[in-house]
Design a protein around this ligand. Structure first.
Ligand code: PHE
Length: 447
């Protein structure tokens, strides 16, 4: 068996985890879900979900990961509960399931980096999206995206994931800030912000039944919770880290990028007079591409729209990739801990299988949307529920001790956390899961 790796530094771990969290969820999903669900009113519910549910749930995953220094399945056995391995198996399955379609969307993004450079979608943004989002083109770029992901993971925890995310995450932050600063200067930016941020309590109240599971599901998706990515990344952390501080840092960075994405997307759309349109897997591609096309036309021979298009989709591509590697690593880590194969072989084999599972999503965007809804509204909440029940009620005091290893400050705060996990979190996630199931079955539970 290959020797288990550890992060070279604490910063390396934090950046890798931020890389996992910041992804398509922040830039592709978050701004739309917010605008469609009551703007700032939704933002408040979402932020509350991130702080009150996401953050403590992330700590629960960290404790299992670092406490065991094992992959998502064996972690539970290592900390003393062999029967809880089933939680890890659910996570493994979810990771497989998500990366399969996530890579298809990642492929679209890569395609849009190229298409922005050549202006391929100018003047026909919807037809262009229709042509490349399903079929052989989509399949080809799905393959390229997956191969890139495999390449990074194959290089190792330190040499691959850590090195890559140390470059990627600062790049994402700098470019997003720059893009937002630019977008906010556009004429009409104010209307975009108003659309994004105007609280519409009416929408919130009358759609609470859908908005709550969406807000919580989005919080899990964006924080990479519920499938073992954070368990796996924390399993490479040394015992001296203060996990609470790490989790808080990761959550703050992730929220910052999410909110910032809205500051880029909406001013841009409103400045160019583009209707944000219906949410759906293609929405951002069509509307943003329209805006870049218009922008390019405004400047005549100067390729302003092209350059900014490349930068924008480039940032999205990097963000998607740094998340995809965490999804792949969950499964690769399991294979490496259990079978006598080397990392490149494991990464290639798992990546190939995931590619195949993603084929139906690359051939039909409806399949992709369905997979996305099932993953974030059902599988992730299920995964989080299992983990918080386990950590709260089974792992219990041991979890508190594990947290205290890195802080050594006594266990008061940790005990508050434990009771929060035991009661508030368990109630919240079970409730969310129930709402999601009802929602998927088409029942109207809340208005
Ligand atoms: N957090 C990532 C995003 O926002 C997606 C993701 C989900 C990554 C689950 C890993 C695990 O795009």
């Amino acid at each position: 068996m290959v020797e288990r790796e550890q992060w070279a530094s604490r910063v390396g771990f934090i950046l890798a985890a931020v890389g996992s969290a910041v992804g398509l969820g922040n830039i592709w999903r978050f701004p739309y879900v917010t605008a469609e669900n009551g703007g700032a009113a939704f933002l408040v519910v979402y932020l509350a979900a991130v702080v009150a549910i996401g953050l403590p749930a992330m700590l629960a995953e960290f404790v299992v990961g670092r406490g065991s220094h094992r992959n998502v399945v064996d972690a539970f056995e290592r900390v003393g509960y062999p029967r809880a391995r089933v939680i890890g198996v659910v996570g493994l399955f979810t990771g497989f399931f998500i990366l399969a379609y996530y890579s298809v969307v990642g492929g679209w993004v890569l395609r849009y980096v190229l298409a922005s450079a050549t202006g391929a979608y100018f003047g026909k943004p919807s037809a262009y999206f229709g042509a490349i989002s399903a079929g052989l083109d989509a399949l080809a770029f799905h393959a390229i995206f997956m191969a890139t992901t495999v390449g990074i993971v194959a290089a190792g925890v330190r040499e691959g994931i850590e090195v890559a995310t140390k470059l990627m995450v600062p790049t994402i932050l700098v470019l997003m800030v720059a893009l937002a600063a630019w977008a906010l200067t556009l004429p009409g930016a104010g209307d975009g912000l108003a659309y994004y941020l105007t609280p519409d309590v009416g929408v919130l109240v009358s759609n609470l039944g859908t908005i709550l599971p969406f807000a919580v599901g989005q919080a899990f998706f964006t924080l990479s919770l519920g499938m073992g990515a954070m368990i796996t990344y924390a399993s490479y952390v040394g015992d001296e880290d203060n996990l609470g501080v790490d989790a808080l840092t990761i959550v703050l960075f992730n929220t910052f990028v999410g909110v910032l994405a809205g500051f880029v997307v909406f001013p841009l759309l409103f400045a160019q007079g583009v209707d944000p349109g219906d949410p759906g897997p293609g929405a951002i591609f069509v509307s943003i591409a329209t805006a870049f096309g218009e922008l390019d036309a405004t400047f005549g021979t100067l390729p302003v729209g092209r350059v900014l298009g490349v930068v924008f989709f480039g940032v999205v591509a990097i963000a998607a990739l740094s998340s995809a590697i965490s999804l792949l690593e969950v499964v690769v880590s399991y294979v490496l801990d259990n079978y006598d194969v080397d990392r490149p072989a494991a990464a290639t084999a798992v990546g190939t299988l995931m590619f195949l599972v993603g084929v139906p999503s690359a051939l039909d965007t409806d399949v992709l949307s369905l997979a996305d809804t099932v993953a974030s509204n059902l599988l992730l909440p299920l995964g989080v529920t299992l983990v918080v029940v386990f950590v709260g009620w089974v792992f219990g005091r041991q979890a508190v001790e594990e947290l205290d290893v890195g802080t050594g400050e006594g266990e008061t705060l940790e005990s508050v956390w434990l009771w929060h996990v035991r009661v508030a979190l368990v109630v919240a996630v079970v409730f969310t899961l129930a709402l999601s199931v009802a929602e998927l079955l088409g029942a109207e539970v809340l208005p």
